[in-house]
Design a protein around this ligand. Sequence first.
Ligand SMILES: C[S@@+](CC[C@H](N)C(=O)[O-])C[C@H]1O[C@@H](n2cnc3c(N)ncnc32)[C@H](O)[C@@H]1O
Length: 176
Amino acid sequence: MARTAELQFPMASEPMVGALLRALAASKPAGRMLELGTGTGIATAWLLDGMDAHSTLTSVDIDSTVQDVADECLGADLRLTLVNADGVDYLRSQNPDTFDLVFADAMSGKYDGLEHALAVVKPGGFYVIDDMLPQPNWPPGHAEKVPVLIGQLAANPNFRILPLVWASGVVVAVRR
Ligand SMILES: C[S@@+](CC[C@H](N)C(=O)[O-])C[C@H]1O[C@@H](n2cnc3c(N)ncnc32)[C@H](O)[C@@H]1O
């Protein structure tokens, strides 16, 4: 059964990453948050737990089957909007400088369309990624992409980055 569940559901954010997201969300009163890759809503729940009553969270996933689980558990929270869409398509539809926090937990907005994800972060806002340390579900060839992504963030003059060799491997980038 455990193996079946592992195959059916995406890798959920681990508790230490969730606690970090919750703290960052709490630092943005009346903030606008964006998650790319809702999955079943683990990180969504952490973000909501950090947000104040005036903050909002939009969470995007291309797979309505997993997102329906998040909807069932968290959909009654009026601060949350679940969007069933491709992450890069969603990012392209947004104005620049829109979000106080972007958690990119899909290939979209991370390895694909990074520039669109960074463009929607407000000055002073956070762009957060995890799974920078080796993960059991990485496909062949993925490991080589990780230092390239971190290098792109480090070289971006509009962001200051904090790479954390901690939990699943996290980078917090702050828009200047
Ligand atoms: C690592 S899981 C997200 C885990 C989730 N944030 C959590 O904490 O439980 C990645 C998710 O990205 C979604 N995804 C994959 N490709 C996508 C795309 N092009 N656009 C949006 N979401 C995508 C998958 O359906 C999957 O649910």
